[in-house]
Design a binder for this molecule. Structure first.
Ligand code: FAD
Length: 287
């Protein structure tokens, strides 16, 4: 099913994300985690794509399993920055062959050691390629409520986002953020610029202290004082920290839904217990 059809038929949705294993040896464990998250009944699940494309078969495999064995609608990610046109096109065809209807079209981070391939510069080009192969794909794109790290001015980032949506994005998913006012300001600015597609807030439950530093370095997201105090209070007790992180994420989600933001994406990070904690708190609200 297309994700846009899910949005058309359900007022509030909750989706979860998994990432594929880096090695084939890790496949069974990720497959099991994905199956356990699928059993919670999310509206759809996304499967990320290794930055350099080296684990692309694992993305396709986990996504196919979720769809074929567990009947879950999937959003298969695809990055292009380190790939040739040929590789990307064959991956799009592979997704089509496997009956995948939704692609998250991403540029990917520029490798620290520099680029070896220059076929793609931005996600917009990838979207044109997906559309040229099969116009019927439902396409998601990434957006950044605090601005993308490479863009000095948010207005410029939003101008590029408009180009990306105009190229054929059906919806956007945000980078993680921990203070909902960041999202509300962003929504106001993009709607003013004519970006009308659904925007799914990406919610990252922070459930251990190491995750704080890792999340900040990966995303550049601001950690609000409220979260810093929570982490400081519970950091030495893993069980309490986990529960506090789940409740913080649920609090964010309830505030979003209360303010009319209906489609929520959770970075569940291959952790069924955390996805289950979110579901336990929200099942009645998202029904
Ligand atoms: P783009 O949309 O191409 O934007 C990248 C930068 O280029 C921005 O600063 C933008 O303003 C600028 N730009 C765009 N168009 C132009 C133009 N025409 N001229 C000049 N500048 C321009 N990474 C992975 O490796 N695998 C994943 O599965 C993955 N999933 C993600 C999911 C979400 C929801 C998010 C938010 C990020 C994800 N990422 C993933 C990370 C993502 O690949 C990086 O953030 C990457 O740096 C940017 O990707 P993008 O698709 O947003 O790029």
């Amino acid at each position: 099913m297309k994700i846009t059809d899910i949005f058309a038929n359900k007022e509030v949705t909750l989706s979860f994300e998994v990432f594929p294993p880096k090695t084939d040896a890790g496949y069974a464990a990720v497959e099991q985690a994905a199956a356990d998250i699928a059993a919670l009944g999310p509206d759809f699940m996304s499967v990320t794509y290794g930055a350099g494309g080296g684990t692309s078969e694992n993305t396709a495999g986990i996504a196919s399993d979720l769809q074929d064995k567990y009947g879950i609608t999937v959003l298969a990610h695809l990055t292009c920055v380190s790939s040739t046109k040929e590789t990307v096109r064959s991956m799009i065809s592979e997704y089509r062959r496997r009956g995948i209807e939704n692609i998250m079209a991403l540029r990917g981070d520029i490798p620290k050691e520099g680029r070896t391939c220059f076929d793609y510069s931005h996600a917009t080009e990838l979207i044109y390629d997906i559309k040229s192969i099969d116009e019927s794909f439902c396409i998601g794109g990434a957006c950044y409520p605090e601005g993308h790290v490479e863009c000095a001015r948010q207005s410029e980032d939003i101008r590029h986002l408009k180009e990306k949506v105009d190229a054929g994005c059906d919806f956007l998913t945000t980078q993680m953020f921990f203070d909902n006012s960041t999202l509300y300001q962003f929504l106001y600015r993009i709607r003013e610029k004519g970006i009308e597609v659904p925007v799914l807030p990406g919610i990252m439950p922070i459930t251990n202290v190491k995750q704080v530093a890792r999340s900040v370095s990966l995303s550049g997201s601001t950690i609000p004082q409220k979260m810093k105090i929570m982490v400081d209070r519970f950091a030495d007790d893993p069980e309490k920290m986990k529960e506090a992180g789940i409740i913080y994420a649920c609090d964010q989600i309830i505030d979003l839904i209360s303010n009319g933001v209906s489609h929520i994406h959770v970075y569940s990070m291959n952790k069924p217990d955390i996805a289950a904690g979110i579901m336990r708190n929200l099942a009645t609200i998202i029904r």
